[in-house]
Design a protein around this ligand. Structure first.
Ligand code: ADP
Ligand code: MG
Length: 257
């Protein structure tokens, strides 16, 4: 028996898939919400998911983060299949950062605590180190001066940037955004999109559900159009917006553009 530390994992080559969904199906009772969804997201890729309300976009994100359990098919994160139980699931889930429409910050904790809680509790990072990282992240999202305030003392845009910092503190391999700007007043949308643009430029792998077509056009590597639980089409944004292939995508774009 060897007591030597295990060899470090070899570096993951760029372009290797981070998320792979294979024939994913999800139902709530008799209502099928995801129908044979196949999706591969490569390292460093930004995939924007668009589609009408009820298409299954949020459910897809929640299945990738294992907040919802799929009925059939498979999901792998960086080569490791979901679902898993207990600690292995917690570790895997920690690799997938999620930002919701409704911020979901802990309301009675300071912004700094919001960013440090999971790294300290889930990853066992010492408080001093977690706080140093949190301050860097708050600076990166432009709210370094808000560290000791409560979420309610921040604007919606600042709260959402705090939520992004909180997700990044876990050093995720991929970030999921589910309509991160839909609850914001118009003047605050860009400050959040700018943080997301910066994140994309830094090489983060991202899946973004949004109605911000400007963001989709300029930041996405691929646009995925969903309707009625299916991926109807997927294409680079220039191609998708200039020439949507499906009737349903044309119809949808006619309403939102
Ligand atoms: P989208 O995000 O594209 O608007 P959702 O994934 O939220 O779509 O919802 C897809 C469908 O699944 C909708 O018909 C919705 O009512 C249904 N749904 C979502 N979550 C649940 C749930 N927890 N229980 C029952 N039905 C749900
Ligand atoms: Mg939704």
């Amino acid at each position: 028996m060897s007591l030597a530390a295990p060899a470090p994992a070899p570096p993951v080559p760029p372009g290797r898939p981070v998320i792979v969904l294979n024939k994913v199906c999800k139902s709530f009772g008799a209502h099928q919400v995801l129908r044979d969804v196949d999706l591969t997201v490569d390292r460093g890729e930004v995939v924007v998911i668009i589609g009408p309300s009820g298409a299954g976009k949020s459910t897809l994100c929640r299945c990738i983060n294992r907040i919802e359990v799929i009925n059939s098919g498979s999901i792998t994160i960086d080569g490791v299949p979901l679902p898993q139980e207990g600690r292995a699931l917690a570790r895997l889930r920690a690799q997938v950062g999620m930002v919701f429409q409704s911020f979901n910050l802990f309301s009675h904790r300071s912004v700094l605590d919001n960013v440090t809680l999971a790294p300290i509790k889930v990853r066992g990072i010492p408080r001093g180190k977690a706080e140093a990282t949190a301050r860097q992240l708050l600076d990166r999202v432009g709210i370094a001066d808000k560290a000791h305030q409560l979420p309610a003392e921040l604007s919606g845009g600042q709260q959402q940037r705090a939520a992004i910092a909180r997700a990044l503190a876990m050093e995720p391999k991929v970030m999921l955004f589910d309509e991160p700007t839909s609850a914001l007043d118009p003047e605050m949308i860009n400050e959040v999109l700018d943080v997301m643009r910066e994140l994309a430029a830094s090489g983060m792998t991202m899946v973004v559900v949004t109605h911000e077509m400007g963001f989709a056009r300029t930041v996405a590597n691929r646009v995925v159009f969903m309707d009625d639980g299916r991926i109807v089409e997927t294409a680079p944004p220039a191609e998708f917006f200039a020439n949507p292939r499906s009737e349903r995508a044309r119809d949808f774009l006619g309403k939102v553009l």
